[in-house]
Design a protein around this ligand. Structure first.
Ligand code: FAD
Length: 462
């Protein structure tokens, strides 16, 4: 009989925690998982899933407009925020139930409480003060929106957490940030009829993405009517007598809006977690430092998902959990593979991407072939929509390997998933060339760009 209460204690019932607990439970281990809020974590409760439902809701006005070109007359359309919220919340509750069922089915004990570490093998349950012990502890507590507490008036601002449950839709919103969460919410609010401004301190939204995608999306958003202010930042927020928020920017612009949303990065949920008690090391941002196998510096404690600040995406947290189980409970040491992660920005239009941007590839390889197509998708012909799609393949000239694939436009996220397989398999441009097109689709452009649009040699376009 083990000297511990559990073989595995998981702190945090989000993407990474639930997968770790469920798999270990399925192997017959004695497992408990503590969750302080709701099972499913950020992704299910206030991240990917509700956000995508909001994206869908916000796309309808364009669908209604496009329908006219195809002969449809659509009557007066109205959007009811409370109806949408209730439907969204029902779906989230359903998913939460499925997470619970999965854990129960694997024999995992679910503890609805905050948990804090008290030592290398012990955890205190805040709900009842009880201390329990475990042979291994997994920390999968995720992250939380940075409140930007140094900003005067930050207390008037919301984060993505609140955006999912506003009492009513504001007439106008200012969103600060240039990352994917800021950009996605700017499109969501605009689509739902909110006058939307995005403010970002950098020169162009979505740093680290391919510049063509960033510029193409920026232009498309402006064309739709979203105001984008780059190279500026909020200096202060105050509340007017009329109840509006008055925002002054560093460059001296004054904006009056009903709501301000800060999307300025996320902090690891490690404060007050008791890491010092066990001697677990964190970096300067509070993220838990782990090795290639998600091991912390304390041999019985592991950390995975957003709290380790590697790649903050749900499939990555899940993958790290699966590798942890292989390594620790199946005797097959397995490192998470963070190379070539396909990803999407659910902006409108979407970005789907995998591999290196042109800029990053040109720093890494001596010579690149860049295949680029910009075109109006077929659906836009009759609808009259002017939005363009951009597709781009970045090829290392030396071995013809496709090292980056980027799509801006409808269904780009769906395409990115499949492009991810081709890049992971190490496909060359010749493999793309000998792949038959699926006609008529927008994606066929990916296999019919036969001649390079330009080359990059030693970082210079030629
Ligand atoms: P989380 O899912 O954050 O789970 C951590 C859990 O731990 C939470 O439930 C929390 O309540 C709990 N917890 C914290 N501290 C304690 C404690 N001491 N005791 C008990 N419980 C605790 N990723 C994508 O791949 N695609 C997307 O489209 C996408 N969209 C996103 C949109 C938004 C608005 C946000 C915020 C995130 C989005 N993400 C997306 C990122 C994704 O949600 C995260 O990468 C993922 O949820 C990380 O999983 P995790 O297990 O590390 O942590």
């Amino acid at each position: 009989m083990s000297q511990y209460d559990y073989d595995l204690f998981v702190i945090g019932g989000g993407s990474g925690g639930v997968r770790s607990a469920r798999l270990a439970g399925g192997l017959g281990k004695r497992v408990a998982i503590a969750e302080e809020y709701r099972l499913g974590g950020t992704c299910v409760i206030r991240g990917c899933v509700p956000k995508k439902l909001m994206v869908y809701a916000s796309q309808y006005p364009e669908h209604f407009e496009d329908a006219a070109g195809y002969g449809w007359t659509v009557g007066e359309a109205r959007f009811d925020w409370p109806t949408f919220l209730a439907a969204k919340d029902r779906e989230i509750a359903r998913l939460e139930g499925l997470y619970r069922k999965g854990l129960e089915g694997a024999g995992v004990e679910i503890i609805e409480s905050r948990a804090e570490i008290t030592g290398p093998n012990s955890v205190r349950l805040v709900r009842n003060g009880k201390e329990v012990t475990a042979e291994r502890i997994v920390i999968a507590v995720g992250g939380t929106p940075n409140p930007h507490a140094a900003l005067p008036g930050y207390e008037y601002c919301i984060s993505s957490n609140e955006a999912f449950h506003l009492d009513s839709l504001p007439r106008s919103i200012l969103i600060a940030g240039g990352g994917y969460i800021a950009v996605e919410f700017a499109n969501i609010f605009h689509g739902l009829g909110v006058e939307t401004t995005l403010i970002y301190r950098g020169a162009e939204i979505l740093s680290r993405f391919d510049l063509d995608m960033r510029r193409g999306l920026h232009e498309a958003m402006v064309e739709k009517g979203i105001r984008i202010i780059c190279q500026d930042h909020i200096a202060s927020v105050s509340k007017s007598a009329a109840g509006n928020l008055e925002v002054d920017t560093l460059n001296g612009t004054r904006l009056v809006v009903e709501q301000v949303m800060l999307a300025l990065g996320r902090d690891p949920n490690t404060s007050g977690l008791g890491l010092e008690a066990a001697g677990v090391k964190v970096d300067e941002r509070g993220a838990i430092i782990v090795d290639d196998y998600s091991r912390t510096n304390v041999s019985s404690i592991f950390a995975l998902g957003d709290v380790t600040d590697r790649v903050q995406l749900t499939p990555v947290a899940i993958h790290e959990a699966m590798c942890f189980i292989e390594s620790e409970f199946r005797g097959k040491p397995t490192k998470p593979d963070h190379d070539l992660i396909a990803t999407a920005v659910f902006s409108q239009p979407e970005i789907g991407t995998v591999g290196l941007s042109e800029e990053a590839a040109s720093r890494k390889y001596q010579e690149l072939e860049v295949y680029r197509a910009q075109f109006r998708p077929m659906k836009a012909t009759l609808s009259g929509r002017t939005e363009k799609m951009i597709m781009k393949l970045i090829v290392n000239a030396a071995d013809r390997k496709v090292v980056g694939a980027h799509v801006l436009g409808h269904d780009a996220g769906e395409m990115a998933q499949l492009l991810g397989i081709t890049l992971k398999a190490g496909c060359t441009k010749d493999d793309f060339d000998r792949t038959m097109a699926v006609h008529p689709t927008a994606a066929e452009e990916l296999v019919t760009m036969y001649a390079p649009s330009y080359r990059i040699r030693n970082g210079e376009r030629v």
